[in-house]
Design a protein around this ligand. Structure first.
Ligand SMILES: Nc1nc2c(ncn2[C@@H]2O[C@H](COP(=O)(O)OP(=O)(O)OP(=O)(O)O)[C@@H](O)[C@H]2O)c(=O)[nH]1
Ligand SMILES: [Mg+2]
Length: 369
């Protein structure tokens, strides 16, 4: 059987580029509502989660004279920011008003409010009855996480007492308990000493939110947040599982090697999806070079007709379902490991660039074989 590809026109860079675009276009909008007193740290919280200034500097379009909507170009996240509560109105009235206004807006876009973040200072003594009622009214309609902001020490006596108090209120909040967080590092003076307290708690909050989101919004959250690497890896693994199944389906009837461009395209698109979830910016040309290095081909873009062909042993000149599935799985897993290793390095303060992604992919691939 002819195992040579008669048509070598498989442009990895182009397919990868197309895959990146597609992954971005498919990202579902995530609608977030913020509530809580003024100045408790609502904006700081969302900006820290997404690693960019969404709430204060985005174009805040007024939904009503009170509610602001924040959105940035090319970021599928919309934040609805509600103001501090007006006294004189009941909590139910306030919640219904906010929810009603925001729902009108998101429904017009064919969507819904995906969750609300109710924020209160970790240093507060207690939750006022008005706030408790507001949370109950919100939580009756949307998933509501109770976030204790600007927390310096979640084990501190005051915080433990506040949490016990919140527990006693039996609020219908996400996860059954509040999330103490420090969204941004904070310099504090203790006994004349300046101490830098590092951010914490955002990863736990994101994990809990991911559990209640529909698949599409979970993907958006996983891709766009910058505080929970495990969620990215989990999502990336499910991308690989789906791709491996698709690959096996394509090769359900064994296909000859000269005809496996669709399989290779599927694998390159899988790389693009993983790249998007991991939150990397990778130049298509660099990725093509990496693939070329992985498969041992000399040139980058228009290299082998298939990634599979060179990497895996010929079995009777054809690819069967099991080879297609396992190859796709192995490639995806190596790429995730490469991305994960680099992101961990980056979190530890090591600056990384695109060339590192390529090197890491090649290393992981060699380890896996
Ligand atoms: N270091 C540090 N400062 C914080 C944190 N959260 C809030 N702050 C500070 O607290 C102030 C208020 O924070 P914002 O995020 O603007 O609070 P907000 O709830 O959005 O305020 P309004 O939109 O005015 O209601 C700002 O000066 C923030 O820098 C945090 O986690 N760490
Ligand atoms: Mg704000």
């Amino acid at each position: 059987m002819n195992t040579e590809a008669p048509n070598q026109d498989f442009d990895i860079a182009a397919v990868f580029q197309e895959g990146l675009l597609q992954a971005q276009q498919e990202e579902a909008m995530l609608n977030i509502m913020l509530a809580g007193r003024p100045g408790v740290g609502k904006s700081t919280l969302v900006n820290a989660i997404f690693g960019q200034s969404i709430a204060p500097v985005g174009t805040g379009a007024p939904v009503t004279k009170e509610i602001k909507r924040y959105r940035r170009p090319n970021v599928p996240v919309t934040v609805y920011d509600t103001p501090g509560f007006e006294l004189g109105k009941s909590a139910t009235e306030v919640a219904d008003y906010f929810l009603g206004q925001i729902k009108t807006q998101v429904t017009a876009e064919g969507s819904e409010i995906h969750f609300a973040l109710f924020c209160s200072l970790a240093a507060s003594k207690r939750v006022e009855p008005f706030e408790a009622d507001l949370i109950r009214s919100l939580a009756a309609e949307v998933h509501t996480a109770f976030v204790l902001t600007q927390c310096l020490d979640k084990e501190a006596k005051e915080v433990t007492e506040l949490r016990a108090h919140i527990d006693s209120l039996r609020l219908p909040i996400l996860g059954g308990q509040p999330f103490p967080v420090l969204a941004e590092e904070m310099m504090v003076k203790i006994a004349g000493q300046s101490i830098l307290v590092k951010p914490f708690g955002l990863g736990e909050l994101i994990s809990a939110l991911a559990l209640v989101l529909p698949e599409a919004q979970k993907r958006t959250l996983a891709s766009r947040q910058r505080v929970n690497l495990d969620l990215k890896v989990t999502e990336a693994n499910s991308i690989v599982a789906v791709a491996a199944l698709k690959a096996a389906a394509i090769a359900a009837v064994p296909i000859p090697f000269y005809d496996i461009a669709p399989l290779s395209a599927l694998q390159v698109r899988m790389f693009a999806q993983i790249t998007t979830v991991m939150g990397f910016t990778v130049e298509p040309k660099s990725l093509a070079a990496a693939c070329a290095a992985v498969i041992g081909a000399g040139t980058a873009a228009r290299s082998a007709a298939s990634l599979l062909k060179v990497v895996f042993p010929l079995v009777g000149g054809a690819v069967n379902a099991s080879i297609a599935g396992s190859t796709t799985y192995a490639m995806g897993t190596a790429y995730i490991k490469a991305c994960e290793g680099l992101l961990r390095a980056q979190i530890a303060g090591v600056p990384i660039d695109q060339k590192d992604v390529i090197g890491a992919l090649v290393r992981e691939w060699k380890k896996a074989r």
